[in-house]
Design a protein around this ligand. Structure first.
Ligand code: HEC
Length: 282
């Protein structure tokens, strides 16, 4: 095969690959992207493809002397000349600049109008964007979108845990025996190594007295269990326990109040005067 033809073929290959990789990046957004978006994208790509095929067909019609083809080609040329606005080769002398860099000379062509229009379009877009997102506020900024997604994910998570949405603001003291038993099981398994089997305190503080480093009451206790006190060796349990389990184990701990277990660790922190609904600002 002649090298020039080979070259053209390779170029064609490149264009095809580019087209399909662009297409796949529009397709491949998220694995569970809903079907309508998928169909929309497919429809747009299909429409563009048909458009390109039609333009190419029409541009070749004139070769057979078809008057529609000739008219189309003339209009197409006119439009593309208008959009590119480069001086014809015959007139290049007129716009040749004076300077000469080792035989390299420069034409003083106009900025291509298609490029200018695109530039104006970006300015208009910026104004619309500014109005929409920053002044009227009808569009959602990335941060708001992110927070919304997080909220949805939290809801989903809560649903996974039996529809029980518990956090430090809504945590309540559970008094059902079954809840306390579940809390005790968790405590014995995960917490007693540091807080003692009866909550008397070892590495971690005594959990049976009225003194709390991070605040007493279910809300503060829930928050400490959830976030931990990493620098002091108290683990954050939110990835290992469900919110409901943290509420259970928190309630269990608070049920130990005043049990005076043997070998109790001396009080640490501040005397907690019972304000069950207050949440420490940590
Ligand atoms: C690796 C040791 C360790 C384990 C395991 C551990 N804790 Fe702790 N915990 C600590 C330490 C240390 C502190 C004290 C943090 C401080 O000094 O600020 C603490 C503090 C606490 C506090 C706050 C006490 C206060 O006075 O404010 C609570 C509540 C608590 N832990 C609950 C739990 C629960 C529930 C578990 C099990 C799910 C658990 N801890 C497991 C080490 C541990």
């Amino acid at each position: 095969m002649h090298p020039a033809i080979q070259n053209k073929k390779n170029q064609f290959k490149k264009v095809v690959i580019m087209f399909f990789s662009a297409a796949s990046s529009t397709f491949g957004q998220t694995p569970e992207m809903d079907m309508t978006a998928y169909i929309d994208n497919a429809a747009i790509l299909f429409f563009l493809l048909v458009l390109v095929i039609f333009v190419v067909l029409f541009l070749n019609l004139d070769k057979k002397g078809n008057e529609w083809g000739v008219a189309f080609k003339t209009a197409f040329r006119k439009l593309s000349n208008k959009l590119i606005d480069a001086a014809p080769v015959a007139k290049e002398e007129d716009i040749l600049l004076d300077h000469d860099y080792d035989g390299i000379r420069e034409l003083n062509n106009n900025l291509p109008p298609w490029w200018k229009y695109l530039f104006y379009a970006t300015i208009i877009f910026a104004v619309v964007y500014l109005l929409d997102y920053h002044i009227i506020g009808s569009g959602k900024l990335q941060e708001a979108e992110y927070l919304e997604e997080v909220k949805l994910a939290e809801l989903e998570k809560a649903n996974m845990f039996g529809g029980k949405i518990v956090d430090e603001n809504t945590a309540r003291i559970l008094t059902e025996a079954s809840d306390l038993l579940a809390g005790q099981t968790t405590f014995n398994k995960l917490c007693s190594a540091c807080h003692g089997t009866k909550g008397e305190g070892m590495v971690g503080p005594n959990l049976t007295d009225d003194y709390w480093i991070h605040g007493g009451g279910i809300k503060n206790v829930f928050l400490t269990i959830k976030n931990g006190v990493l620098e002091k060796g108290m683990i954050s349990w939110k990835s290992q326990l469900t919110p409901a389990q943290m509420e259970e184990v928190g309630s269990y701990i608070l049920s130990l109040r005043g049990t005076n277990p043997p070998n109790a660790k001396p009080p640490q922190g501040n005397l907690w005067s019972e304000k069950p609904d207050s949440l420490n600002v940590q």
